[in-house]
Design a protein around this ligand. Sequence first.
Ligand code: ZN
Length: 302
Amino acid sequence: MKKRIVLILIIASFSCENETKSNGKLNIVTTTSMITDLVKNIGGDYVNLQGLMGSGVDPHLYKASEGDVTKLVEANVIFYNGLHLEGKLVDVFEKMGNATKTPIALGEELNKSTLIGSDYFASNYDPHVWFDIAYFKQFASKVAQVLSENDPANAENYKSNAETYLNELEALQSKIKATIETLPKEKRILVTAHDAFNYFGKAYDFEVVGLQGFSTATEAGVQDVQKLSAFIIERNIKAIFVESSVPKRTIEALQAAVKSKGHDVEIGGTLYSDALGNAGTAEGTYIGMFEYNVNTIVGALK
Ligand SMILES: [Zn+2]
């Protein structure tokens, strides 16, 4: 409660001031590492970019620190996923909106009738939309548009960066489709720690089962583990997967449950779900993360 009051006071004390650009560049703040990487590709050196969530950070549980609030207040533009992915930041974003700055929820810009419904989120939609590359492309176009509107002098640069990046996403799409085609349809069953991969499953014809509900805020119960272990045995699934932003004990408990019934299932590797890998590695980019995930999934299930 005390922390909440402090946050409100900080927001109130800054809200009357006009945000100023540093070094003539736009100050951009982003939430998840996927969105940070996207804005880095399109904004390039023309913007000052600060991402709040690093690798391994779970956006469902992430709370803003006082330092984060200061960054958000000083930003010219804020990009976040929305659809209630950043569940604990919603209040902060709502208070942040004013005449000169509206935080942009990229997920809210998508055609809602095409999204996967969910009872777990206040948005009523599954927020893990970046796992469909077609949606991530729409994020890219929106980011280019917003940057151009806020910094018309560099509009041509943002447009050209967006075109380059959209071509790279197109190439990624073809590459992973080819990899997935090597995996027979009956082996396309993806069991992970939480339900982050439903859009991936829809796009690439995988049956997707998460041990936890959509959000990591709800822990998997003993009953879920028993049910899912029976499913793994029945469908003869070779491997299940840990996620980098979710503790691996839930998947280990599932593996132990399968073993206790006299069967065997491998842990096929660690997938990046709600956060990218470490900065400076291939998996620290959206494109590298996607390729790594697909190679790991296909390699383990074959
Ligand atoms: Zn998630």
